[in-house]
Design a protein around this ligand. Sequence first.
Ligand SMILES: Nc1ncnc2c1ncn2[C@@H]1O[C@H](COP(=O)(O)OP(=O)(O)OP(=O)(O)O)[C@@H](O)[C@H]1O
Length: 395
Amino acid sequence: MAEFGFQPTGNIFREREALLEEWTPDELVGRDEELRQYHAALQPVIEGETPSNIFLYGKSGVGKTAATRFLLELLERDSRGVDGLDLHTIEINCDGLNSSYQTAVTLVNELRDPRQQISNTGYPQASVYEFLFEELDKLGGTILIVLDEVDHIQDDSLLYKLPRARSNGDIEEARLGVIGISNDLNFQDQLNSKVRSSLCEKRVSFSAYNANELCEVLRQRESVAFEDGVLDNGVIQMCAAYGAKDSGDARQALDLLLESGDIAREHNVEMVTEAHVQKARERLQRDQIIEGIRNYSRHGQLVLWALTLLAEEGKTPARTREVRQPYEVLCEKEMSNPVSDRAVREYLAELETLGIISSNQINRGKSGGKYKEHELEQSVASVKAGLSELLDTEA
Ligand SMILES: Nc1ncnc2c1ncn2[C@@H]1O[C@H](COP(=O)(O)OP(=O)(O)OP(=O)(O)O)[C@@H](O)[C@H]1O
């Protein structure tokens, strides 16, 4: 066995933590327009007026949570200097809470003393709401409740009650504002119109980051996270360009920069180069593919494998029936019966939703008919690496 031991290298990173999810920057770059609108929507708070209910929406990783923490911190700081203004903020993430009931219980427990917590079951919903309004009135002043990932709450009831609590007379003392945050761009349309009009009084849309904005975000972290001059020319631009092309998600761009730094350190070199970024991208894509299809049926994986073989031979975009041929060969090797054409089409549609392939509807008019063409969205190398890990065979 090789000799293993651990030695700090001190190479590459000055403060690697600055590239991790938990690290909050003091300043938010590349979000000027969003911050301006959000700031305006929060202005009534500092004026001592009833807060507006605000709804933030935009794709994952575009700075909605970061902007909220940044502005609420400033608001808390500045409200301390305003006589008679007593501001409280409560932030909860609704992922995993799923219902109005569970969310209301969580809010009650956030507001209550640890010795007076309530359990997740055992009270009628109306009583939990009563507890909640009681606690809010007890706290008094101006209260902002942030419901991050609000689309996870499956029923409307709390989203109806909370923003209207004051006008309905459920609370008398406190001035309450709700800030809802969602990655689901269709969420607003699915809401009942009464809920929508009160929850979304002010809306702020967060657009995906473009490459220039991602460059700003990455440069801000570079100075904290890396030793001086460690990043080769072009590294930041490359991470930003990939980030903008993929989804405009700052989290993904930061992950790519972190992984590139890790690879440079693994190789025991002193600089991070564009080649490290390429390698990092393949690794992250492979992980994303593995994550996406880990619990997928064997046949779904074989369909992807078949498309990958076609891509390798330069035969993509390929029609559904062209995918069928290599798929059947793979089934034969595995000694299993191929699934129906319809099931293959369904697998391809799911792979598209996962962002692993892209499919285009082609319409050749009356004579040529309509059909779909598919191709990989990710590099052949990363899909093969991901598949061989899952299928436990050389792809
Ligand atoms: N403008 C920015 N400047 C610096 N860092 C940013 C910026 N925007 C996002 N980030 C960082 O990117 C990561 C994701 O951002 P954030 O959590 O705010 O995204 P989000 O829009 O709320 O999406 P999600 O709901 O997926 O969390 C965080 O680590 C955050 O610090």
